[in-house]
Design a protein around this ligand. Structure first.
Ligand code: UDP
Ligand code: MG
Length: 310
């Protein structure tokens, strides 16, 4: 008998735990027919509501339900990693608790792996219906930018919802970096990947856990994790400014010797100093981003700390 592990990162999702479970189990008959059993791994990412109690109640009724309870909120990335580490399935799915990742797609995804020979089946939403326009705009810009600066393909609208083979999961687990950006990691490991598209579904209950600021920081993490182009960009600006300065020196010397023009125009000087120092700080900031990530990486802190496991 095969096993399908469903990993569910949860942060304050008390209202969704049971609905999610029921919705996934609507596929039970299909998977039973294919000799595949379910295993649920709920990862409680330091929720402040009754998420843990709800999962414990489910686990008491159904032996297939497991809980990993973090000691605090570590973020969705560590939660997914913890779930992947714990999963025993031949097939592993990562799904959001809020039912934005339609469980009805699971049979279709399973078939793509078993019959068509894919190693992973990923999902992407084709629209961003129901999202604030500003957020969509910045999200689109981010995907354009990161695909320009990174060799790893990062697909616009891609969700973390995907079904993977054991081999694919082991490849993900072998990437033990501290600054995790799954959308890049999934692409980086390679393998044969199929995309399934669906229209955006709004969150069932509760509200999004991602503020604009949190998303912005996550986007920066993604760029730093999957590209070193910003560093090269800093050097390039440096070279350009040196060249510019060189021409100005020549220009000033010639003007002085031909016209004896005393150096005038301190306003332009102020502008130049401000511009150049601004660019310098910007570039130091870029270097600082990479340095800070390296700093966190070399500390080798655990990705998460588990308080209890069921
Ligand atoms: N999540 C988490 N830790 C966090 C933030 C979110 O485990 O710090 C979980 C959350 O419970 C949900 C999934 O990640 O199952 C996606 O979060 P959300 O639906 O808030 O994001 P959105 O769909 O708005 O991008
Ligand atoms: Mg959601």
């Amino acid at each position: 008998m095969g096993l399908l592990s469903v990993i569910v990162p949860c942060y304050n999702e008390e209202e969704n735990i049971v609905d999610f479970y029921n919705e996934v189990l609507k596929n039970e008959a299909y998977f039973k027919g294919h000799d595949v059993d379910f295993e649920f791994i709920y990862v409680n990412d330091g929720s402040k509501d009754k998420t843990v109690e709800m999962v414990k109640e489910l686990a008491a009724k159904d032996k297939r339900v497991h809980l990993i309870n973090f000691s605090r909120n570590f973020g969705k990335e560590p939660a997914m990693y913890a779930g992947l580490e714990k999963s025993k399935g031949d097939y592993v799915a990562i799904m959001d608790c809020d039912l934005q990742d339609p469980p009805a797609l699971l049979p279709q995804m399973y078939e793509a792996i078993v019959n068509e020979g894919y190693d992973s089946v990923a999902t992407r939403r084709v629209d961003r219906k129901g999202e604030p326009p500003i957020r969509s705009f910045f999200a689109r810009m981010f995907y354009k930018l990161i695909n320009k600066v990174s060799k790893t393909e990062i697909v616009d609208g891609a969700r973390d919802y995907r079904l993977m083979t054991r081999q694919f999961v082991d490849a993900i687990l072998s990437m033990k970096e501290y600054n995790r950006f799954s959308k890049g990691i999934f692409g980086w490991v390679g393998f044969k990947n199929k995309w399934i598209e669906f229209e955006n579904i709004e969150r069932m209950k509760g509200e999004t856990k991602w503020s604009f600021w949190k998303l912005f920081v996550y986007a920066l993490d993604g760029i730093v994790a999957f590209s070193t182009v910003p560093l090269a960009f800093a050097s390039l600006i440096g070279v350009l400014f040196c060249l510019l300065a060189f021409f100005f020196i020549i220009f000033t010397i010639i003007r002085k010797s031909l016209y004896g023009d005393p150096t005038s125009g301190w306003p332009s000087l102020v502008c130049i100093i401000l511009l150049v120092s601004g660019v310098q700080l910007f570039c130091i900031g870029i270097v600082g981003q990479y340095l800070s990530k390296t700093y966190l990486e070399v500390k080798k802190r655990p990705l998460y700390i588990v308080k209890e496991e069921i």
